[in-house]
Design a protein around this ligand. Structure first.
Ligand code: ZN
Length: 414
């Protein structure tokens, strides 16, 4: 009996150390892959005070910003689309003018970082070739995406200016319908109907055509299902969803339906699966109740109320929200990769990518800021994805789309 116990114990030890060895090997292999592939995060938001002492890309400070150069280096994140986002506001001349000036503040901040503040560390890429060249030179890559077409008002000529400033993708719509089409999330405060235009507007169609001609990727994230299908049908070049997850895994208005997913594939585009807690799985009811109670307490009815909130009030909200987040854990890297698995299964590895939505509500357990980016690769390796596949997911697919879009604009395709 004693010898049986002993031999059982010995075999358990042997199994445990073999298991540990496999895990070690896997981590080692994942590290190699992570280092070799180009990792591109297609959605990182910035506040208006980006590239000021309040948000210095070199100095992770007390602010809760999730992306800095040191954390990108630590996490092996090579490239990020930095977003020129302006929230939807009144569709009036004054509203457009304000939105445009807010957009220019963000463009200027991004250029300040790449041209004046840290040109030795990070460079603005305007082409897919730039991304590869800058990465090979050992620098971080900044790209620019626009979220919400609101700042252009009704002036198509502004698209040319955005292109000159470096914008390489353009999401037509955000929360709330606008002049270009319907949103997946109508503005509740102004009691917007589910649909205003039944899809993409005539102006929206002109925007898509001009984006194609300029060589700016068209982005359907945040658009209503009909609007995004209209956009894909209108576009002559591949289309992206810059930060969306999959309705087939979790039903949320911000997620892509199978129909949209297949249409994106047919355009030879890519869906960048996003690490956003609310889109990955159902938020526990207790957490929803706690958030609703907090909103009520501070007098907030919809997201648009945050825009007019005083800075001090916003700070109080953030503190309370941070406490709440600690109480209820977020979705994790496994949930994110469940969505990736689903999309890969549905449309193939060529049409799937990865985004964080850091600084814009994104970030999950295990990928809570840029420093933890490796964990995503590790989970992909754990699930059996090869280096070639991981390379596609992290960047090659997006670069292929960018090249196709460039080629279309240069008259080489289409
Ligand atoms: Zn967004």
């Amino acid at each position: 009996m004693r010898s049986l116990t002993l031999s059982l114990a010995l075999s358990l030890i042997a199994w445990t150390s073999a298991h540990a060895k496999t895990t070690e090997d896997m981590i080692e292999r994942a590290r190699g892959i992570h280092q070799r592939v180009i990792t591109i995060d297609t959605h990182v938001d910035i506040p208006p005070n980006f590239a000021t002492p309040a948000y210095d890309l070199m100095k992770p400070g007390p602010s809760r910003q999730q992306v800095h150069l040191p954390t990108m280096i630590e996490g092996g994140l090579d490239a990020t689309f930095i977003i020129v986002f302006v929230g939807q506001g009144p569709r009036t001349e004054a509203g457009y003018a304000k939105a445009l000036s807010d957009a220019f503040v963000k463009f200027a901040a991004i250029h300040r970082v790449t041209s004046d503040m840290y040109p030795d560390q990070i460079e603005l890429a305007r082409t897919a070739d730039d991304v590869r060249r800058i990465d090979a030179a050992g620098k971080k890559v900044a790209l620019i995406g626009i979220e919400n077409g609101y700042p252009m008002g009704k002036d198509l000529r502004l698209l040319d200016q955005f292109y000159d400033y470096g914008a390489r993708y353009f999401g037509l719509i955000h929360a709330g319908h606008n002049d270009l089409g319907d949103s997946s999330m109508p503005d509740r405060r102004s009691r917007e109907p589910v649909e205003e235009h039944s899809g993409l507007t005539d102006l929206g169609r002109q925007v898509v055509r001009r984006l194609n001609e300029l060589g700016i990727m068209v982005d359907v994230s945040h658009a209503s299902k009909q609007t995004s299908l209209d956009i894909i049908a209108e576009s002559k070049a591949p289309v992206i969803a810059s930060h969306s997850s999959l309705e087939g895994v979790y039903d949320h208005p911000r997620n892509m339906s199978d129909e949209e997913l297949l249409a994106i594939k047919a355009s030879n585009g890519v869906v960048q699966v996003v690490a956003f807690d609310n889109y990955l799985r159902a938020v526990p009811q207790a957490k929803q109740d706690a958030i609703a109670a907090l909103w009520k307490d501070i007098g907030v009815e919809s997201m648009s109320d945050f825009r007019t909130m005083a800075r001090e009030e916003l700070e109080v909200y953030r503190e309370r929200m941070a406490k709440l987040e600690l109480e209820f854990p977020k979705a994790g890297v496994k949930d994110l990769v469940d969505h990736i698995d689903y999309a890969v299964e549905k449309v193939g590895i060529e049409h799937v990518g990865i985004a964080s939505d850091f600084n814009g509500g994104g970030g999950i357990d295990g990928w809570s800021d840029a420093s933890e980016t490796f964990n995503v690769t590790l989970e992909l390796v754990r699930r059996g994805y090869s280096e070639e596949q991981i390379s596609k997911l992290w960047g090659d697919n997006l670069l292929r789309v960018m090249e196709d879009v460039e080629d279309y604009a240069h008259g080489k395709k289409g």
